[in-house]
Design a protein around this ligand. Structure first.
Ligand code: GRF
Length: 221
């Protein structure tokens, strides 16, 4: 099926554990997408090394080399076009896009956020969740729009918040779910099983079920 597979670029700024989960999932012959490029705004991002070890093309484009957010975004757009990318996966990419990127890639860019959106947008989501005293937390894969952490939701997963949780224990539990739902969401988008309708994501095939929320692992309850 290689010829039909969507060509994916993963954009990272750091360790790239979600990137690795996507690379791993895309090894399956039936997976509808292949990771052909890992791009980072930081040349020392550890994820770049992991990607190179997995024989995936890597590219570093530093935002510091550009005089404006728009100029950096334009360079990204051109690099993605040059690599004939179909879909972009943001995986810990710590840059906010200008309309230059959004206009070119809206509807073809997805992101993973470590909270159950629309709760806890922005940074330090696990601290925000602990502070708010929620008993359920989680993660979200969504389409990227101009509004930060607010695009149409593709898949979410929930985990319990335990009484003795710290940011570290809670983030570890959420991260394990991130690694499960990001490949699942990419598969749904790449295979054309979902579409955007207004501000929501809907399934294309009636009766295929809305398995958008994964229950907590039994041993975590
Ligand atoms: C993840 O928690 C992701 O949800 C957030 O940034 C973190 C990146 O981690 N957007 P990694 O680089 O994928 O390990």
């Amino acid at each position: 099926m290689s010829g039909d597979k969507k060509r994916i670029a993963v954009l990272i700024s750091g360790r790239g554990s979600n990137m690795k989960a996507l690379i791993e999932a895309a090894r399956a012959p039936e997976f509808p997408a292949e990771i052909v490029l890992v791009l980072s705004n930081k040349s020392d991002a550890p994820g770049l090394e992991s990607a190179a070890r997995a024989s995936i093309e890597t590219l570093a484009i530093s935002h510091k080399d550009f005089f404006s957010r728009e100029a950096f975004d334009q360079a990204l757009v051109e690099a993605l076009e040059a690599a004939r990318i179909d879909l972009v996966c943001l995986a810990g990419f710590m840059r906010i896009f200008s309309p230059v990127f959004i206009k070119a890639w809206q509807g073809r860019t997805i992101n993973i956020h470590p909270a159950l959106l629309p709760s806890f947008k922005g940074l330090n989501t696990h601290a925000q969740a602990l502070e708010a005293g929620v008993t359920i937390h989680g993660c979200t894969v969504h389409f990227v729009t101009e509004d930060l952490d607010a695009g149409p939701i593709i898949v979410q997963a929930a985990v319990p918040v335990l009484g003795n949780d710290t940011e570290a224990t809670l983030s570890g539990r959420v991260l394990a779910m991130e690694h499960r739902i990001y490949p699942q969401a990419l598969s749904l988008v790449a295979s054309g099983q979902v579409r955007i309708e207004g501000c929501r994501v809907v399934r294309n095939k009636k009766g295929s079920g809305d398995q958008m929320l994964i229950s907590p692992e039994p041993d975590l309850q």
